[in-house]
Ligand binder design. Sequence first.
Ligand code: NAP
Length: 463
Amino acid sequence: MVFTLEEFRKFTPRKETFALFGYPLGHTMSPELHADLFACSARDADYIAVSVKPERFAEAFALAKEKLSGFNCTIPHKKAVISLLDHVDKSAADLHSVNTVSIENGETTGYNTDILGFAASLQADGIKLADRKCLLVGYGGAAAVMGYHCVSEGAQLYITGRNLTKAEDLRLQLLTCFPKAKIMVAQPKNLPKQISVICNATPIGMFPNEDASPLAKLPYKIEYVFDAIYNPPVTALMKQGRQLGARTRDGLFMLVMQAAWAQTYWCESEFSDADCAKILQLLYAKMAVKRLHDKYGKQNIALCGFMGSGKTTFGKLLAKLTGLSFADADIYLEQKEGKSISQIFSEHGEAHFRVLETKYLKEISSQQGLVIALGGGAVLKPENVSIIKNTCFLIYLNPPFRRIWKNLISSKNRPLLDKQGENRYAETRKLYVSRRNVYLRVCDASVRSTHKKQLTEDIIKCI
Ligand code: NAP
């Protein structure tokens, strides 16, 4: 919920409270993100979002000093707040941009934690900037932050964008902070070939315009692409980078780390790498649900794949991370029929089981907010595929066969496997190969990894 200024005036904090001020404030992830961080440091605090028009910001600031222990500000208040503060941290003063304000005994101090979030992203990926050629796309607020960090680390910075006069303004602004730095403006159609790091600080490629990239072609020596965008989690620019073998990162970790640093300034809370990774994963999962609804207009996620491919294990994990409920289509059928699938197979045969499967798939996929683990053969029937895809985003879990076999031989209750004779391995592999083509054809996305952590990440980011 976003408060109006009038609501904020009437608001009485029940506990230590922090806020975000911005205008316009649409959907913002900040309250959830800060709640996750407070939970992590076991701090009993609230975080609210307040929509404040520029002309009423001074009023909001005065109210904040009465009611809050600190706040964040976003567009259009990042610059305007500076004249109201008692103290301003150096990089925030250099950038003329404050996104975090701490309030202590009535004294206010402004910081820029976006820069710390950006630095943390590059550090997490082991990117060293000294003497590297970096290309910065854009010249707005985020670009200033990213350019400032690159130059402060000794990079040679090239700034590009659709308006080279504005790019020149940013160059001059950065030169006032770092007079000896090598900062150039580059024509988009004539980029230097030796660029090793690209940072996108424009909204080009953001949902719903996901196919757009700010650069038609990337320099072929590119090693790393950072995109400040986080919806989608893999942007068109990142895909271009990956095709050239570059490592990539989207902007969600920057968002997490700027919030973590804000809490460090407000409450002296410290967050371990593991804490931040966990919060990041939860945020990607929330983003996946948002994309499920906004981009695909679907209400459920369904996992298909060969028996033993991990549909139940990863389905449960995905449900836990996304906050959706887990449902196993086979167990649903067994409960409805009051019989195990093995029993149904032996008493009535596979054909009867497939009729029941369609009946119950209709029921289960008409529900909302589920992660559904499908039976291995569920998508072999085109009728089932349309039933499932009507409401579900369909992900194919496609681990290598050796992984599947390992899972299968250690598990019981596999009627299809039990039917096969001595040459179980060859028979099962043959079945796997024939089904794999179907899974690949019908799915919305397929994921393949032998590592649990990587596979979980791939599942969340494929939506
Ligand atoms: P900003 O100050 O408004 O700057 C936007 C920049 O993008 C400007 O250089 C602008 O150039 C350029 N741009 C916008 N639309 C364009 C288009 N259609 N074609 C070419 N250039 C275009 O915004 P900002 O605060 O810097 O944010 C920029 C991006 O970074 C946004 O996507 C934002 O969500 C993201 N961001 C992420 C984080 C994070 O934590 N991950 C933090 C801050 C920002 P013109 O002036 O020529 O329009």
